[in-house]
Ligand binder design. Sequence first.
Ligand SMILES: [Mg+2]
Length: 459
Amino acid sequence: MTSLYSINYHTRAHKRDAFIEFIKSLLLTPFVLHTRPTISTNEYGTAASKLGDKRSASSNHHGSAPPPLRAAASTADGESKARPEAYAKNVERYCEILQCVEELIADHMEHQEQDLLELSRLSTLVPSIGRFFTTLPLKSSFMRQDAKRSIAARRFVPPSFNDVRAILNDAQVTSIAPTIKLITFDGDMTLYADGADFARDSDLVKLIIDLLRHDLHVAIVTAAGYPGDAAKYEKRLSGLLAGFRDSGLPASALERFYVLGGECNYLFCYDAKDAHLKYMEPETYQPADVTKWASDAPRVKELLDVAQETLAQCASEMGLAKAVGLLRKDRAVGVVAEEGVQLTRETLDEFALAAQRRLNNHQRAQQTRHGAAPVPFCAFNGGSDVWVDIGNKLIGVRMLREFLGTHGNETLHVGDQFLSTGNDISTRTACCTVWITSPEETAEVLTELCRLLDARGKK
Ligand SMILES: [Mg+2]
């Protein structure tokens, strides 16, 4: 039976992350029950509300109201004395919850080691939960993020999606720093603004050079697909490559930099000799199972034809046939807004979900009728456009991992598209991830990672 609740949940699921929502809902309980707005008893007289914060109320004045000026001063003073105790209690409650979540993750990892992932308590509570590659020290990350975001001190705004995301990011970076060998980045909105080029004066140039200096492999795994065209990627990454030339880093460090375009289709490595990106032939890195579908041109074409037809139909149904154009590439088809047109997030999601559903159904039917193994694809909302790409970033990160010989607990992907209509979410199956929302946030995360790598180097 389908309840209204489950319909509502499923129609909004593409806008939510189940694990973050789960943690948020746990933190909401102490916020609702214990974190009460301070009530000035001056406003209530002797009948102070029982729902006011008792610690604050008891340190405030009771009885007749003092002159206004003194009242304001002593109320403020009362609050400042009461706050540390109330605040400390909130920290304790939030930490207790995060400690329990840490234990749930540890238990989940024990189950996943025995291939019994779906039997863990966390799987029961969050059915869509996937694999964890490291434990997450959520309690200590909460303390660091609380210092920045005043989470436990807030009385009106409960712990939010962004608070929990920041705690998870902090915990992930802390946990992977001692073992990290490969870091992969999405491009648009992670390293630079949508459609922009990498600027020479971006803080991220210095930070990425720092990562290479710390012996990490660094790869940009982007949807942008320019088949075998190094010059186009060099233009998008011009600021970073100029930074490489000025860095003074040895060739051995710079040549640990890669660009993987079209999700997983075109790999380039940095050639320090002539300071350019060099296209790598698929035979040199592509596993046989990927080559099998990647070189099956008729099936790739057929899938892109179905995608194109679906996107065109969707545009026409939404009355957008004149507002958008369809762009067909070698291994992708996209919906791009005409000049002066701004598509809403809802419209972009509609395109992405329509394409996902149609292509999944199409491939399932093909498999049932003809036994044809599905061709991996990725239909996603790119922020200002929508693309259906052949392949996905899960395959991309897995290939890099195999090629460079790293494991999931040594690999970190940083991206901005982790909802079900995004193209970074698939990497969660291959490695640790950090979910940022802007290049500025990427810089914040990398500053912390570089600080931890410095400490690692000194040990
Ligand atoms: Mg992006």
